[in-house]
Ligand binder design. Structure first.
Ligand code: NAI
Length: 261
């Protein structure tokens, strides 16, 4: 999964949820490849520690807040003089069935972090990447964005939303040299699953660095709108979506990318 050729010298990056787990591994990858990196995270102490480690910038704050997310992009672009790569990676799990007795505050929070932050982050990043002459946006979705995960319906809802958003944004923004992708990892051994880790005894887990390696591969060769699966022991790659049937007997549909005929 390594991308030895990834050369990001001269590039500037912003990673949300960059202080822990997959985000932190990605921050280190990007920095090792030569990029300057801003670490946006609500865990201020951890963000500052990692930023100091990689010679980057800490941006403490809640990325589910629109103004905070916009400011993070602005501050990173100002500090670095450009912004080329934005990893919209912050995320939380559901913590409830989502099927009855809804905890409304917790529901709003997971939608805020897992969905709103991706929308706020992408819409804030597009003008900055445009000013840089193009760039990359990678949102961290999940395998739960590609298949149903009965244990956490709300998490699955949010990650499917991210996948749909990325697939729709990809072709549109590619015209301006802005490549949008999602990374869809299986279970990874990070603090996110610490509370349920016992359930994974004997089940192979990804490391955070496996996922960071997949993100590096996406940055190198991801095509617009692709959503890459990442599974232990397998080479990561773009998930092959099936089209839906078009109207029976119709001529070729205008967009064969999403319809079968
Ligand atoms: P983690 O819990 O280690 O890291 C998440 C980071 O996001 C933390 O540093 C946390 O402080 C930050 N964060 C959360 N809410 C925030 C907010 N509102 N504002 C600013 N920062 C915030 O978790 P992990 O596993 O590294 O998760 C990263 C992404 O990967 C998430 O989007 C998660 O859904 C996704 N993912 C994780 C998998 C796993 O099994 N660990 C599998 C598939 C996807």
């Amino acid at each position: 999964m390594d991308v030895p050729g990834l050369d990001l010298r001269g590039k500037a990056a912003l990673v949300t949820g960059g202080a822990s787990g997959i985000g932190a591994a990605a921050v280190r990858r990007l920095a090792a490849a030569g990029a300057v990196v801003a670490v946006a995270d609500r865990d201020e102490a951890a963000a500052r520690a990692l930023a100091a480690e990689v010679g980057g910038l800490a941006l403490p704050g809640d990325v589910s807040d629109s103004d905070t997310m916009t400011m993070a992009v602005d501050v990173a672009e100002d500090a670095f003089g450009r912004l080329n790569i934005v990893l919209l990676n912050a995320g939380i799990s559901g913590g409830q069935s989502g099927l009855e007795d809804l905890d409304l505050a917790a529901y709003r929070q997971i939608v805020g972090v897992n969905v709103d932050h991706v929308v706020f982050g992408l819409t804030a990043a597009v003008p900055a990447l445009r000013r840089a002459g193009g760039g990359n946006i990678v949102a961290t979705a999940s395998l739960a964005g590609l298949v149903g995960m009965p244990g956490d319906a709300l998490y699955t809802l949010t990650k499917h939303a991210v996948v749909g958003y990325v697939r729709s944004a990809g072709p549109t923004l590619a015209a301006e040299g802005i490549i949008v992708n999602a990374v869809c990892p299986g279970f990874a051994d990070t603090p996110l699953i610490a509370g349920v880790k016992a359930q994974f005894a004997g089940f192979p887990l990804l490391t955070a660095d496996d996922v960071a390696g997949a993100i590096a591969s996406i940055l190198e060769r991801g095509q617009p709108g692709e959503c890459w699966y990442v599974q232990p022991g397998r080479e990561p790659g773009p998930y092959g979506f099936r089209g839906v049937p078009g109207p029976k007997g119709s001529p070729a549909p205008p967009d064969v990318a999403w319809q079968e005929h």
